[in-house]
Design a protein around this ligand. Sequence first.
Ligand code: 2P0
Length: 327
Amino acid sequence: MTAATAQACANIALVKYWGKRDTALNLPAQGSLSLTLDALRTTTTVQFDERLRADSLFLDGKSATTSRLSPWLDIVRERAGIATFASVDSKNDFPTSSGLASSASAYAALAVAATSAAGLSLTRTELSELARRGSGSAARSLFGGFAIWHRGERADGKDSIAEELVEGRNWPVRMVIAVVGGGKKKSVSSRDAMGHCAATSPLYQAWLASVPPDLRAARDAIANRDLEALGAVTQGSAMAMHAAALASRPPVRYWQPATLRCLDAVENLATAGIRAYPTMDAGPHVKVLTTEADSDAVVAALTEIDQVGQVIVSKAGPGAQNISESP
Ligand code: 2P0
């Protein structure tokens, strides 16, 4: 069978995904909404090969475990009616030591490359559903610009798919990423942390209740190109997610001292009239939604902070694409 290569960008949620309604099918407890980022790309080649005796995975040139990948490849094999093992070679064009390596771009690129290599022809919606089985946030990286991933109601998850809301070029915002703390590996994976939060945090139900109104407000803000309104939701959703995580027992705390310094700096910028709205994921890094015109000021302020390493600026990126050369 032929090899296929695909490229996908990571995405940062503006309204966060934090909690599942079904762990087997990886269905979210609520919807989420994100911006796909041009600066954080994964390129993945998949080849099914009759000679292989097991799946193999290379991540940035190093052999890696297939314990999470192989069950996901089984879904592809079942759909394609094949039993062949695959070799997977995946590279990130951003430093993986930064701690930004993302399962979102990984499984979005995998969904496009693996189905193409297996001879399947899936719609983007079907690819989004397949990527979701690997990692929830990957459902959103099938799409460029602003994307929404629906919670869905069905038990089989067929309606828990993502869609593009607005292409990036139709609203050229920027995301500035401050890599905090030298990019050490995070102590708790988001998958484990959200499960622990759902099981133990007295704030988890309140977090879930906050999401539908935030989604509505974010969609309205995007439709109206209202960055101030979108920024308020972006900051609020991240803080609500982290509040619920912090209240878990024992707590899940991703914040480091430099995280707070970054949040302080963003607040000072906002007071000075710079449009800058922070968000955070399952790690200490601070990401700031801003405009093209204001991004230099955001970069300058974050670069000054001790314990901030790289500062990356990104515009909106495209959805996952097949970049295989034609035979
Ligand atoms: C998000 N995160 O919406 C949230 C915010 C982290 C914090 O999606 O278990 O790797 O594979 O579905 O997608 C990270 O969680 O979790 C994530 P799984 P995933 O971007």
